[in-house]
Design a protein around this ligand. Structure first.
Ligand SMILES: Cc1cc2nc3c(=O)[nH]c(=O)nc-3n(C[C@H](O)[C@H](O)[C@H](O)COP(=O)(O)OP(=O)(O)OC[C@H]3O[C@@H](n4cnc5c(N)ncnc54)[C@H](O)[C@@H]3O)c2cc1C
Length: 442
Protein backbone atom coordinates (compact mmCIF):
# COMPACT_ATOMS: atom_id res chain seq x y z
CA UNK A 1 0.00 0.00 0.00
CA UNK A 2 1.16 3.51 -0.79
CA UNK A 3 1.30 6.68 1.24
CA UNK A 4 -0.57 9.65 -0.22
CA UNK A 5 -0.37 13.30 0.81
CA UNK A 6 -3.58 15.01 -0.28
CA UNK A 7 -3.53 18.81 -0.48
CA UNK A 8 -6.98 20.30 0.14
CA UNK A 9 -9.86 18.83 2.10
CA UNK A 10 -12.65 20.46 0.14
CA UNK A 11 -15.41 18.38 -1.39
CA UNK A 12 -13.22 16.17 -3.58
CA UNK A 13 -10.31 16.01 -1.10
CA UNK A 14 -12.48 14.61 1.68
CA UNK A 15 -14.12 12.08 -0.61
CA UNK A 16 -10.86 10.96 -2.22
CA UNK A 17 -9.30 10.48 1.23
CA UNK A 18 -12.23 8.19 2.09
CA UNK A 19 -11.80 6.17 -1.12
CA UNK A 20 -8.03 5.80 -0.64
CA UNK A 21 -8.46 5.06 3.05
CA UNK A 22 -10.90 2.28 2.24
CA UNK A 23 -8.30 0.66 -0.03
CA UNK A 24 -5.90 0.59 2.91
CA UNK A 25 -3.56 3.36 1.74
CA UNK A 26 -1.94 5.68 4.26
CA UNK A 27 -3.43 9.14 3.72
CA UNK A 28 -2.36 12.50 5.14
CA UNK A 29 -4.87 15.19 4.21
CA UNK A 30 -3.70 18.80 4.54
CA UNK A 31 -6.14 21.74 4.48
CA UNK A 32 -5.27 25.41 4.71
CA UNK A 33 -8.52 26.32 6.43
CA UNK A 34 -9.69 25.55 9.94
CA UNK A 35 -11.81 22.48 10.66
CA UNK A 36 -15.24 23.02 8.99
CA UNK A 37 -16.86 21.36 12.02
CA UNK A 38 -15.83 24.45 13.99
CA UNK A 39 -18.21 26.51 11.87
CA UNK A 40 -15.68 27.51 9.22
CA UNK A 41 -17.37 27.36 5.85
CA UNK A 42 -15.56 27.58 2.58
CA UNK A 43 -15.88 31.35 2.47
CA UNK A 44 -16.59 33.19 -0.75
CA UNK A 45 -17.98 30.06 -2.42
CA UNK A 46 -21.55 28.99 -3.00
CA UNK A 47 -23.39 28.17 0.22
CA UNK A 48 -25.39 25.46 -1.46
CA UNK A 49 -24.91 23.37 -4.57
CA UNK A 50 -26.91 21.11 -6.83
CA UNK A 51 -25.92 17.47 -6.55
CA UNK A 52 -27.22 14.98 -9.11
CA UNK A 53 -26.76 11.40 -10.31
CA UNK A 54 -22.97 11.39 -10.72
CA UNK A 55 -22.24 12.97 -7.36
CA UNK A 56 -24.81 10.83 -5.56
CA UNK A 57 -23.35 7.68 -7.13
CA UNK A 58 -19.89 8.59 -5.80
CA UNK A 59 -21.34 9.06 -2.30
CA UNK A 60 -23.24 5.77 -2.58
CA UNK A 61 -20.09 3.87 -3.52
CA UNK A 62 -18.51 4.82 -0.20
CA UNK A 63 -21.76 4.32 1.74
CA UNK A 64 -22.50 7.92 2.75
CA UNK A 65 -25.20 9.01 0.29
CA UNK A 66 -28.05 8.64 2.77
CA UNK A 67 -26.21 10.56 5.45
CA UNK A 68 -25.11 13.30 3.03
CA UNK A 69 -28.53 13.73 1.43
CA UNK A 70 -30.43 13.76 4.75
CA UNK A 71 -31.12 17.50 4.49
CA UNK A 72 -30.95 17.89 0.72
CA UNK A 73 -33.95 19.45 -1.01
CA UNK A 74 -35.10 17.94 -4.32
CA UNK A 75 -35.56 20.47 -7.13
CA UNK A 76 -37.83 19.02 -9.83
CA UNK A 77 -37.47 21.74 -12.46
CA UNK A 78 -36.75 25.34 -13.31
CA UNK A 79 -39.14 28.01 -12.04
CA UNK A 80 -38.76 30.95 -14.38
CA UNK A 81 -39.64 34.41 -13.03
CA UNK A 82 -40.35 36.91 -15.78
CA UNK A 83 -40.13 40.69 -15.31
CA UNK A 84 -43.83 40.95 -14.50
CA UNK A 85 -43.41 38.38 -11.73
CA UNK A 86 -45.30 35.68 -13.67
CA UNK A 87 -43.99 32.16 -13.06
CA UNK A 88 -43.40 29.35 -15.57
CA UNK A 89 -42.34 25.91 -14.38
CA UNK A 90 -40.40 23.55 -16.66
CA UNK A 91 -39.68 20.09 -15.21
CA UNK A 92 -36.15 18.75 -15.66
CA UNK A 93 -37.36 15.44 -17.03
CA UNK A 94 -40.47 13.54 -18.13
CA UNK A 95 -39.97 11.37 -15.07
CA UNK A 96 -40.99 13.54 -12.09
CA UNK A 97 -38.74 11.42 -9.84
CA UNK A 98 -35.68 12.76 -11.67
CA UNK A 99 -34.55 15.83 -9.80
CA UNK A 100 -31.42 17.65 -8.77
CA UNK A 101 -30.85 18.30 -5.08
CA UNK A 102 -29.89 21.44 -3.24
CA UNK A 103 -27.30 20.55 -0.61
CA UNK A 104 -25.32 22.70 1.83
CA UNK A 105 -21.61 22.93 0.96
CA UNK A 106 -20.41 23.07 4.57
CA UNK A 107 -22.50 20.08 5.70
CA UNK A 108 -21.43 18.01 2.70
CA UNK A 109 -17.80 18.94 3.28
CA UNK A 110 -18.07 17.84 6.90
CA UNK A 111 -19.73 14.56 5.87
CA UNK A 112 -16.98 13.59 3.43
CA UNK A 113 -14.20 14.50 5.89
CA UNK A 114 -15.88 12.48 8.62
CA UNK A 115 -16.25 9.55 6.21
CA UNK A 116 -12.50 9.70 5.57
CA UNK A 117 -11.71 9.91 9.27
CA UNK A 118 -13.54 6.64 9.93
CA UNK A 119 -10.48 4.92 8.47
CA UNK A 120 -7.66 4.85 11.02
CA UNK A 121 -5.12 5.14 8.21
CA UNK A 122 -6.45 8.63 7.25
CA UNK A 123 -5.16 11.64 9.17
CA UNK A 124 -6.42 15.19 8.63
CA UNK A 125 -4.40 18.34 9.36
CA UNK A 126 -6.26 21.65 9.27
CA UNK A 127 -4.60 25.08 9.16
CA UNK A 128 -1.84 23.70 6.90
CA UNK A 129 -1.34 25.74 3.74
CA UNK A 130 0.66 24.19 0.92
CA UNK A 131 3.18 26.60 -0.58
CA UNK A 132 4.60 24.28 -3.21
CA UNK A 133 5.61 20.74 -4.13
CA UNK A 134 8.97 19.26 -5.17
CA UNK A 135 7.71 16.92 -7.83
CA UNK A 136 10.56 14.41 -8.01
CA UNK A 137 10.80 13.58 -4.32
CA UNK A 138 7.76 14.17 -3.94
CA UNK A 139 7.55 16.56 -1.00
CA UNK A 140 4.82 19.07 -0.16
CA UNK A 141 5.86 22.22 1.69
CA UNK A 142 3.27 23.53 4.12
CA UNK A 143 2.89 26.45 6.49
CA UNK A 144 0.96 26.58 9.72
CA UNK A 145 0.45 29.64 11.92
CA UNK A 146 3.88 29.24 13.51
CA UNK A 147 6.00 26.71 11.62
CA UNK A 148 6.77 25.13 8.30
CA UNK A 149 6.08 21.46 7.68
CA UNK A 150 7.50 19.12 5.06
CA UNK A 151 5.18 16.28 4.05
CA UNK A 152 6.75 13.29 2.33
CA UNK A 153 4.72 10.58 0.62
CA UNK A 154 4.85 8.16 -2.29
CA UNK A 155 2.50 10.51 -4.15
CA UNK A 156 1.08 13.99 -3.63
CA UNK A 157 -2.45 14.64 -4.90
CA UNK A 158 -3.54 18.22 -5.54
CA UNK A 159 -7.19 18.48 -4.57
CA UNK A 160 -6.71 22.13 -3.76
CA UNK A 161 -9.24 23.72 -6.06
CA UNK A 162 -9.16 26.11 -8.99
CA UNK A 163 -6.13 28.06 -7.76
CA UNK A 164 -4.15 24.95 -6.90
CA UNK A 165 -0.67 25.35 -5.42
CA UNK A 166 0.18 21.81 -6.54
CA UNK A 167 -0.72 22.64 -10.14
CA UNK A 168 1.37 25.80 -9.91
CA UNK A 169 4.40 23.67 -8.99
CA UNK A 170 3.70 21.41 -11.97
CA UNK A 171 3.52 24.47 -14.22
CA UNK A 172 6.90 25.57 -12.93
CA UNK A 173 8.64 22.22 -13.19
CA UNK A 174 7.13 20.27 -16.11
CA UNK A 175 8.36 21.29 -19.53
CA UNK A 176 5.50 21.92 -21.98
CA UNK A 177 2.86 21.81 -19.26
CA UNK A 178 -0.30 23.09 -20.97
CA UNK A 179 -2.29 25.64 -19.07
CA UNK A 180 -5.22 27.81 -19.99
CA UNK A 181 -7.43 29.91 -17.73
CA UNK A 182 -10.28 32.03 -19.02
CA UNK A 183 -12.56 34.29 -17.04
CA UNK A 184 -16.14 35.20 -17.90
CA UNK A 185 -16.96 38.88 -18.12
CA UNK A 186 -19.53 38.09 -15.41
CA UNK A 187 -19.00 37.79 -11.70
CA UNK A 188 -21.37 36.50 -9.03
CA UNK A 189 -22.73 37.70 -5.73
CA UNK A 190 -24.73 35.74 -3.18
CA UNK A 191 -27.84 37.24 -1.61
CA UNK A 192 -30.45 35.87 0.74
CA UNK A 193 -34.20 35.28 0.90
CA UNK A 194 -34.92 34.44 4.56
CA UNK A 195 -37.65 32.03 5.68
CA UNK A 196 -41.20 33.23 6.32
CA UNK A 197 -42.00 33.98 10.00
CA UNK A 198 -43.38 30.44 10.43
CA UNK A 199 -40.13 28.96 9.06
CA UNK A 200 -41.59 28.00 5.68
CA UNK A 201 -40.20 28.78 2.20
CA UNK A 202 -41.44 32.02 0.62
CA UNK A 203 -41.32 30.56 -2.90
CA UNK A 204 -41.84 27.08 -4.35
CA UNK A 205 -39.41 24.94 -2.39
CA UNK A 206 -38.84 22.11 -4.89
CA UNK A 207 -37.53 24.15 -7.78
CA UNK A 208 -34.44 25.97 -8.95
CA UNK A 209 -35.61 29.56 -9.42
CA UNK A 210 -34.27 31.57 -12.35
CA UNK A 211 -34.76 35.23 -13.23
CA UNK A 212 -33.33 35.21 -16.80
CA UNK A 213 -32.62 38.68 -18.15
CA UNK A 214 -30.74 38.03 -21.43
CA UNK A 215 -27.21 39.17 -20.58
CA UNK A 216 -27.44 38.41 -16.86
CA UNK A 217 -29.56 36.42 -14.42
CA UNK A 218 -30.29 35.62 -10.82
CA UNK A 219 -30.93 32.11 -9.50
CA UNK A 220 -32.09 30.82 -6.11
CA UNK A 221 -31.69 27.42 -4.47
CA UNK A 222 -33.63 26.37 -1.35
CA UNK A 223 -31.99 25.67 2.02
CA UNK A 224 -33.33 23.34 4.71
CA UNK A 225 -33.98 26.23 7.14
CA UNK A 226 -36.64 27.76 4.86
CA UNK A 227 -34.30 30.29 3.26
CA UNK A 228 -33.08 30.56 -0.33
CA UNK A 229 -29.58 31.44 -1.42
CA UNK A 230 -29.78 33.70 -4.46
CA UNK A 231 -26.86 34.22 -6.80
CA UNK A 232 -26.73 37.18 -9.13
CA UNK A 233 -24.56 36.57 -12.22
CA UNK A 234 -23.81 39.97 -13.72
CA UNK A 235 -21.20 41.74 -15.81
CA UNK A 236 -18.25 43.16 -13.86
CA UNK A 237 -17.99 46.17 -16.17
CA UNK A 238 -20.33 48.08 -18.46
CA UNK A 239 -23.05 50.72 -18.29
CA UNK A 240 -25.15 48.53 -15.98
CA UNK A 241 -22.85 46.29 -14.01
CA UNK A 242 -21.28 45.59 -10.63
CA UNK A 243 -18.85 48.42 -11.38
CA UNK A 244 -21.51 51.06 -11.91
CA UNK A 245 -23.94 49.96 -9.18
CA UNK A 246 -22.39 51.50 -6.12
CA UNK A 247 -24.94 53.15 -3.88
CA UNK A 248 -27.92 51.65 -2.07
CA UNK A 249 -30.18 53.61 -4.41
CA UNK A 250 -28.47 52.10 -7.47
CA UNK A 251 -28.93 48.61 -6.06
CA UNK A 252 -32.56 49.14 -5.08
CA UNK A 253 -33.41 50.65 -8.48
CA UNK A 254 -31.72 47.83 -10.39
CA UNK A 255 -33.48 45.12 -8.38
CA UNK A 256 -36.87 46.84 -8.57
CA UNK A 257 -36.56 47.11 -12.35
CA UNK A 258 -35.25 43.59 -12.95
CA UNK A 259 -36.46 41.36 -10.12
CA UNK A 260 -39.56 43.13 -8.74
CA UNK A 261 -41.13 39.98 -7.33
CA UNK A 262 -37.96 39.08 -5.43
CA UNK A 263 -37.37 42.46 -3.77
CA UNK A 264 -40.10 42.16 -1.10
CA UNK A 265 -38.62 38.78 -0.14
CA UNK A 266 -35.11 40.19 0.36
CA UNK A 267 -35.13 42.40 3.47
CA UNK A 268 -31.32 42.33 3.74
CA UNK A 269 -30.71 42.97 0.03
CA UNK A 270 -28.75 46.19 0.50
CA UNK A 271 -26.53 44.83 3.27
CA UNK A 272 -25.98 41.54 1.42
CA UNK A 273 -25.08 43.36 -1.78
CA UNK A 274 -22.66 45.63 0.06
CA UNK A 275 -21.06 43.04 2.34
CA UNK A 276 -20.84 39.88 0.24
CA UNK A 277 -17.85 39.46 -2.05
CA UNK A 278 -18.16 39.46 -5.84
CA UNK A 279 -16.68 36.20 -7.10
CA UNK A 280 -15.16 35.54 -10.50
CA UNK A 281 -16.00 32.65 -12.82
CA UNK A 282 -13.06 30.78 -14.27
CA UNK A 283 -12.56 27.84 -16.61
CA UNK A 284 -9.22 26.09 -16.19
CA UNK A 285 -7.83 23.52 -18.58
CA UNK A 286 -4.43 21.96 -18.17
CA UNK A 287 -2.45 18.88 -19.19
CA UNK A 288 -1.07 16.56 -18.07
CA UNK A 289 -2.81 16.01 -14.74
CA UNK A 290 0.03 13.90 -13.37
CA UNK A 291 3.78 13.75 -13.07
CA UNK A 292 5.25 10.23 -13.24
CA UNK A 293 3.97 8.21 -10.27
CA UNK A 294 4.57 11.17 -7.97
CA UNK A 295 1.92 13.84 -8.39
CA UNK A 296 -1.68 13.95 -9.59
CA UNK A 297 -4.47 16.53 -9.83
CA UNK A 298 -8.15 15.90 -9.01
CA UNK A 299 -11.31 18.05 -9.14
CA UNK A 300 -11.16 21.80 -9.74
CA UNK A 301 -7.36 21.70 -9.49
CA UNK A 302 -7.39 19.79 -12.78
CA UNK A 303 -10.47 21.26 -14.45
CA UNK A 304 -12.41 24.15 -12.93
CA UNK A 305 -15.61 24.90 -14.87
CA UNK A 306 -18.18 27.68 -14.59
CA UNK A 307 -21.14 26.61 -12.42
CA UNK A 308 -24.01 26.78 -14.92
CA UNK A 309 -24.51 23.07 -15.42
CA UNK A 310 -24.29 22.39 -11.68
CA UNK A 311 -21.64 19.77 -12.44
CA UNK A 312 -18.26 20.97 -11.07
CA UNK A 313 -18.55 19.03 -7.82
CA UNK A 314 -20.33 16.14 -9.52
CA UNK A 315 -17.43 15.84 -11.95
CA UNK A 316 -14.87 16.15 -9.14
CA UNK A 317 -16.60 13.28 -7.31
CA UNK A 318 -16.54 11.23 -10.53
CA UNK A 319 -12.77 11.84 -10.70
CA UNK A 320 -12.44 10.21 -7.28
CA UNK A 321 -14.19 7.05 -8.46
CA UNK A 322 -12.14 6.83 -11.65
CA UNK A 323 -8.82 7.44 -9.88
CA UNK A 324 -9.72 4.81 -7.29
CA UNK A 325 -10.58 2.32 -10.06
CA UNK A 326 -7.35 3.04 -11.96
CA UNK A 327 -5.24 2.57 -8.81
CA UNK A 328 -7.07 -0.68 -8.18
CA UNK A 329 -6.48 -1.90 -11.74
CA UNK A 330 -2.72 -1.16 -11.66
CA UNK A 331 -1.71 -1.75 -8.05
CA UNK A 332 1.99 -2.12 -8.88
CA UNK A 333 2.22 0.70 -11.41
CA UNK A 334 0.96 4.02 -10.09
CA UNK A 335 2.22 6.01 -13.08
CA UNK A 336 0.09 3.84 -15.34
CA UNK A 337 -2.88 4.35 -13.01
CA UNK A 338 -2.42 8.15 -13.10
CA UNK A 339 -2.04 8.08 -16.90
CA UNK A 340 -5.16 5.97 -17.32
CA UNK A 341 -7.13 8.28 -14.99
CA UNK A 342 -6.00 11.32 -16.99
CA UNK A 343 -6.84 9.58 -20.26
CA UNK A 344 -10.36 8.66 -19.07
CA UNK A 345 -11.18 12.07 -17.59
CA UNK A 346 -9.53 14.77 -19.71
CA UNK A 347 -11.80 14.61 -22.76
CA UNK A 348 -14.83 14.61 -20.47
CA UNK A 349 -13.63 17.54 -18.39
CA UNK A 350 -13.07 19.54 -21.59
CA UNK A 351 -16.55 18.62 -22.84
CA UNK A 352 -18.07 19.69 -19.52
CA UNK A 353 -16.26 23.03 -19.65
CA UNK A 354 -17.90 23.75 -23.02
CA UNK A 355 -21.30 22.50 -21.87
CA UNK A 356 -21.15 24.70 -18.78
CA UNK A 357 -20.50 27.86 -20.80
CA UNK A 358 -23.28 26.88 -23.24
CA UNK A 359 -25.70 26.42 -20.39
CA UNK A 360 -25.01 29.95 -19.11
CA UNK A 361 -26.36 31.31 -22.37
CA UNK A 362 -29.33 28.93 -22.17
CA UNK A 363 -30.18 29.84 -18.57
CA UNK A 364 -29.81 33.60 -18.74
CA UNK A 365 -31.25 34.10 -22.22
CA UNK A 366 -33.23 31.19 -23.64
CA UNK A 367 -35.13 29.89 -20.60
CA UNK A 368 -37.35 32.98 -20.77
CA UNK A 369 -38.53 32.27 -24.29
CA UNK A 370 -41.56 30.32 -25.53
CA UNK A 371 -39.29 28.60 -28.06
CA UNK A 372 -37.18 27.22 -25.20
CA UNK A 373 -40.23 25.87 -23.40
CA UNK A 374 -41.52 24.36 -26.65
CA UNK A 375 -38.13 22.69 -27.28
CA UNK A 376 -38.18 21.23 -23.74
CA UNK A 377 -41.69 19.89 -24.38
CA UNK A 378 -40.53 18.37 -27.67
CA UNK A 379 -37.52 16.84 -25.86
CA UNK A 380 -39.80 15.29 -23.26
CA UNK A 381 -42.24 14.08 -25.93
CA UNK A 382 -39.45 12.39 -27.91
CA UNK A 383 -37.97 10.95 -24.72
CA UNK A 384 -41.40 9.49 -23.87
CA UNK A 385 -41.97 8.15 -27.42
CA UNK A 386 -38.46 6.76 -27.83
CA UNK A 387 -37.42 5.64 -24.34
CA UNK A 388 -33.71 4.87 -24.12
CA UNK A 389 -33.21 6.01 -27.73
CA UNK A 390 -33.73 9.77 -27.46
CA UNK A 391 -32.24 11.41 -24.37
CA UNK A 392 -32.20 15.20 -23.95
CA UNK A 393 -28.73 16.61 -23.28
CA UNK A 394 -29.70 17.86 -19.82
CA UNK A 395 -30.91 14.37 -18.91
CA UNK A 396 -27.71 12.73 -20.12
CA UNK A 397 -25.52 15.18 -18.21
CA UNK A 398 -27.54 15.32 -15.03
CA UNK A 399 -29.38 12.03 -14.66
CA UNK A 400 -26.98 9.50 -16.17
CA UNK A 401 -23.30 8.67 -15.74
CA UNK A 402 -22.66 8.67 -19.47
CA UNK A 403 -19.26 10.29 -20.11
CA UNK A 404 -19.75 14.04 -20.70
CA UNK A 405 -18.03 13.91 -24.10
CA UNK A 406 -20.33 11.08 -25.23
CA UNK A 407 -23.38 13.00 -24.02
CA UNK A 408 -22.30 16.10 -25.94
CA UNK A 409 -21.67 14.11 -29.14
CA UNK A 410 -24.94 12.23 -28.86
CA UNK A 411 -26.89 15.45 -28.31
CA UNK A 412 -25.38 16.98 -31.45
CA UNK A 413 -26.35 13.86 -33.42
CA UNK A 414 -29.91 13.83 -32.01
CA UNK A 415 -30.36 17.55 -32.66
CA UNK A 416 -29.20 17.05 -36.24
CA UNK A 417 -31.84 14.37 -36.79
CA UNK A 418 -34.61 16.37 -35.07
CA UNK A 419 -33.86 19.57 -37.01
CA UNK A 420 -33.55 17.75 -40.37
CA UNK A 421 -36.84 15.94 -39.64
CA UNK A 422 -38.53 19.25 -38.84
CA UNK A 423 -37.16 20.78 -42.04
CA UNK A 424 -38.30 17.64 -43.94
CA UNK A 425 -41.81 17.88 -42.46
CA UNK A 426 -41.89 21.60 -43.31
CA UNK A 427 -40.93 20.92 -46.93
CA UNK A 428 -43.52 18.11 -47.17
CA UNK A 429 -46.28 20.36 -45.82
CA UNK A 430 -45.22 23.11 -48.23
CA UNK A 431 -45.33 20.71 -51.22
CA UNK A 432 -48.71 19.34 -50.13
CA UNK A 433 -50.09 22.88 -49.88
CA UNK A 434 -48.81 23.74 -53.37
CA UNK A 435 -50.38 20.52 -54.72
CA UNK A 436 -53.67 21.33 -52.98
CA UNK A 437 -53.60 24.89 -54.32
CA UNK A 438 -53.04 23.60 -57.89
CA UNK A 439 -55.95 21.14 -57.58
CA UNK A 440 -58.24 23.91 -56.28
CA UNK A 441 -57.02 26.35 -58.94
CA UNK A 442 -57.82 24.17 -61.78
C1 LIG B 1 -20.95 29.96 -7.40
C2 LIG B 1 -20.65 28.51 -7.60
C3 LIG B 1 -21.70 27.61 -7.64
C4 LIG B 1 -21.45 26.25 -7.84
N1 LIG B 1 -22.50 25.39 -7.92
C5 LIG B 1 -22.27 24.08 -8.16
C6 LIG B 1 -23.37 23.17 -8.23
O1 LIG B 1 -24.53 23.54 -8.07
N2 LIG B 1 -23.09 21.85 -8.47
C7 LIG B 1 -21.81 21.40 -8.65
O2 LIG B 1 -21.63 20.20 -8.89
N3 LIG B 1 -20.75 22.25 -8.58
C8 LIG B 1 -20.95 23.56 -8.34
N4 LIG B 1 -19.89 24.42 -8.25
C9 LIG B 1 -18.53 23.90 -8.46
C10 LIG B 1 -17.98 23.29 -7.19
O3 LIG B 1 -17.98 24.24 -6.15
C11 LIG B 1 -16.56 22.81 -7.40
O4 LIG B 1 -16.46 22.09 -8.61
C12 LIG B 1 -16.11 21.91 -6.26
O5 LIG B 1 -16.08 22.65 -5.06
C13 LIG B 1 -14.74 21.31 -6.56
O6 LIG B 1 -14.29 20.61 -5.44
P1 LIG B 1 -12.73 20.54 -5.13
O7 LIG B 1 -12.61 19.74 -3.89
O8 LIG B 1 -11.99 20.15 -6.33
O9 LIG B 1 -12.30 22.05 -4.84
P2 LIG B 1 -12.74 22.97 -3.63
O10 LIG B 1 -14.09 22.66 -3.18
O11 LIG B 1 -12.41 24.35 -4.06
O12 LIG B 1 -11.75 22.55 -2.45
C14 LIG B 1 -10.39 22.87 -2.46
C15 LIG B 1 -9.89 22.80 -1.04
O13 LIG B 1 -8.47 22.99 -1.05
C16 LIG B 1 -8.13 23.92 -0.05
N5 LIG B 1 -6.88 24.57 -0.49
C17 LIG B 1 -6.74 25.46 -1.51
N6 LIG B 1 -5.44 25.84 -1.60
C18 LIG B 1 -4.79 25.17 -0.64
C19 LIG B 1 -3.41 25.15 -0.22
N7 LIG B 1 -2.49 25.91 -0.86
N8 LIG B 1 -3.05 24.36 0.80
C20 LIG B 1 -3.98 23.59 1.45
N9 LIG B 1 -5.29 23.60 1.13
C21 LIG B 1 -5.68 24.36 0.08
C22 LIG B 1 -9.31 24.87 0.02
O14 LIG B 1 -9.35 25.58 1.24
C23 LIG B 1 -10.48 23.91 -0.16
O15 LIG B 1 -10.89 23.37 1.06
C24 LIG B 1 -20.11 25.78 -8.02
C25 LIG B 1 -19.06 26.69 -7.97
C26 LIG B 1 -19.32 28.04 -7.76
C27 LIG B 1 -18.17 29.00 -7.72
Amino acid sequence: MAKFALIGSGLAGGLLAAYLGRRGHEVDLYERRADPREGNIVGGRSINLAISTRGIHALEQIGIAKEALRHAIPMRGRMIHDRSGALHFTPYDVDPQKCINSIGRAALNTTVIQAAQRYPNVRVYFDHRCTGVDLDTPVAHLETANRTVTATADAVVGVDGAFSAVRKSMQGEIANFQYDESYLAHGYKELMIPPAPDGSWRMEKNALHIWPRKSFMMIALPNPDGSFTCTLFWEFEGPRSFATTKTDDDVRRFFEEEFPDAVPLMPTLLEDFRDNPTGSLVTIRCAPWFYRDKVCLVGDAAHAVVPFYGQGMNAAFEDCIVLDECLQDSPQDRERAFAEYFHRRKENADALADLAIGNFIEMRDKTASRAFRAKKKLDHLLEGLLPGVYLPLYTMVTFTRMPYATAAKRARFQNGIVYSSLVGVGILVFLLLIGLFRVIAG
